[in-house]
Design a protein around this ligand. Sequence first.
Ligand SMILES: [Zn+2]
Length: 245
Amino acid sequence: MKTVYLTIDDGPSKDRKEKVDILYQYGIQPIWFCIGSEIEKRPEDVIYSIRKGGIIGNHSYSHPRFSQISLEECFEEIEKTDRIIDSIYREAGVARPIKAFRFPYGDKGEDNNFFKKPYSEEGKKKISKIMTFLKELGYTKPKFDGITYEYYSKFGLKDDIDWYWTYDVAEWCTFQEKPMFGVRTIDDVFELMELDLPEKWAGLNYPYSDDIILMHDHPQTTPLFKPIICQLLKKGLHFGAIPLE
Ligand SMILES: [Zn+2]
């Protein structure tokens, strides 16, 4: 059976607890890729996320594009948030189950059009240094052997240490000034879910691969949060527990 894993980026927003409760109600375990500076604003909400079964991942300290900052700054962004997450788990009295990292905007150190054009030699070097840094800090990613999309292996997403997604819910598009991916409303979000283009990042209807679903903890889309989860469940998708190895 196809399994999907729920990853939620950004925040914690002011509405984090509400979202935690919705997922808890449906028995869905998410990994929350939190921004370090936002964790500092709402540590209690992050502890609440942990106590309700969620896992906390590192999504940098200030959410920059890693292609726009120096290598040293990339390291600082990662390490500072790593320490913050360590201390949050200590405060929660829970052992940190895994060190997981996701790049802001999926920007690994060079702009993330990797599926359109290959990384430059310089970009490759920067990315590889960041990967080594993550490894040395103990960051890891499960094998996700159930993800069988060709692009997932081809673009190195399977082997990379950072957690990339395979399906973007694109609810964040509903509040952008310029519409992106043709998404303006929640109906557009639902329509995207019906596409059957497995090698074009739209494989929810493709039974032969698992998916890593990307959503966000943005305050602008809080009202859409529950309807989106319900729609995914209505599609018969099985949400798996976040694998740890
Ligand atoms: Zn983000």
